[in-house]
Design a protein around this ligand. Structure first.
Ligand code: HEC
Length: 119
């Protein structure tokens, strides 16, 4: 896993090299609903659309590991997001982003825990 600093540098490097033909450490992922997202660093999160958004919003304060270790319904995740904003000092999440994050978490970090960290 890259450190925060390394991931910021990687993001800058990517932004700086657009159009120069330099190989980017970016991947475009698509889900079965046809949604796509360009991901460049999602840590251990399952690399599907919504992962980068979730990683960027949520790892400001803590590792993505505590997210991956949770298995929640959409309502459960909704409550966690409300809790992060109301009690943990997280800023309000843009509504479109919030829906994408909730869809992502409810799909890949559901109570069935299909992507529970293996080690
Ligand atoms: C402003 C800082 C901040 C941000 C941003 C943030 N969190 Fe948290 N989060 C915390 C803190 C602090 C805790 C530890 C709370 C505790 O255990 O008392 C925590 C704990 C958690 C937990 C563990 C809850 C448990 O039962 O142990 C989950 C899951 C979680 N956050 C999910 C998220 C998700 C998903 C996002 C992004 C949408 C997010 N957090 C963004 C501060 C933040």
């Amino acid at each position: 896993m890259m450190t925060k600093k390394a991931s910021v540098l990687a993001a800058l490097a990517c932004a700086g090299s657009v159009g120069t033909g330099v190989a980017l450490a970016e991947t475009t992922v698509t889900d079965d609903q046809g949604r796509t997202e360009v991901i460049y660093d999602v840590g251990i999160l399952h690399p599907m659309p919504g992962a980068q958004l979730t990683y960027d919003y949520c790892t400001v304060c803590h590792s993505e590991m505590i997210i991956a270790q949770q298995g929640q319904t959409r309502d459960g995740w909704d409550e966690i997001l409300v809790w992060m904003v109301d009690e943990m000092g997280m800023g309000e999440i843009d509504e479109t982003d919030r829906e994408m994050i909730l869809d992502y978490l409810a799909t890949y970090y559901s109570p069935d825990r299909p992507h529970f960290p293996q080690n």
